[in-house]
Design a protein. Structure first.
Length: 237
């Protein structure tokens, strides 16, 4: 087992954003997490990555309790994630942004960080990495965000809606990139609203609604589950 949660719960005052979630992620799989807006998907990601700490429950990574381990230490342990709102260092080039991740997450020297950053740019297909973020397209910014996460040299990569704002051709490129990353040994968790992407990419799908898991299985199994259809209230599921 790569990661598992036990009765994971997060409250914000009287609001229960995550309620008693028990979830397991197997090594080498691509897990999809779906659900309507406000279902708790991003809160769950924040709990796993250490941005937030739970109110109740535990989180285990390689069977080690990391429930209250700080985010930067989880990154060094091998948990990396992207953010829906990409916030690169605006005064640095794309390459330098990736170098920063290698310097602080992995403690590499400046020359090592540069060499590794060049390799990651080639891996994600980020051309002309000497440009600053304000010169990048939305698609290139998404690649930069993934590259910065890869600079942590993760075992578990959580992709939070990286397909948002992309056209069909760009999404197809991203699908191929995610598959390639899995072939290189990464375990990947894909949080996404684009159901065609979930259908193509994932081995298993978990459905959140109102902070709870309401269904789990293959894409076809969850797409035909009456609880999932009801939760989406007519959305494509």
């Amino acid at each position: 087992m790569l990661l598992r949660t036990e009765n994971l719960t997060k409250r914000f005052g009287g609001l229960v954003a995550i309620k008693s979630v028990n979830l397991q992620i197997q090594p080498g799989e691509i897990l999809g997490i779906i659900g309507p807006n406000g279902a708790g998907k991003t809160t769950f990601t924040n709990l796993v990555s250490g941005v937030l700490y739970p109110t109740e429950g535990r989180i285990y990574f390689h069977e080690k309790d990391i429930t209250f381990t700080p985010a930067h230490l989880r990154a060094r342990m091998g948990i990396a994630r992207t953010f829906q709102l990409v916030r690169p260092l605006r005064d640095f080039t794309a390459l330098e942004n990736i170098m920063v991740s290698f310097l602080f997450a992995k403690g590499k020297s400046l020359s090592e960080a540069r060499k590794s950053a060049v390799h990651v740019c080639e891996l994600v297909g980020l051309d002309k990495p000497d440009r600053k973020p304000d010169k990048l397209t939305v698609f290139e910014m998404k690649k930069l965000e993934i590259a910065r996460a890869l600079a942590c040299e993760p075992k578990l990569l959580i992709l939070d809606e990286v397909m948002a704002g992309l056209n069909y051709e760009e999404m197809e490129h991203m699908i191929q990139l995610v598959r390639h990353l899995r072939q290189k040994g990464l375990t990947i968790c894909v949080i996404e609203h684009v159901m065609s992407v979930i259908n193509q990419l994932t081995d298993r799908v978990v459905v959140f609604d109102r902070g709870e898991i309401i269904a789990e299985g293959s894409y076809q199994e969850v797409a035909n589950d009456p609880k999932v259809v009801s939760a989406y209230l007519g959305e494509e599921a």
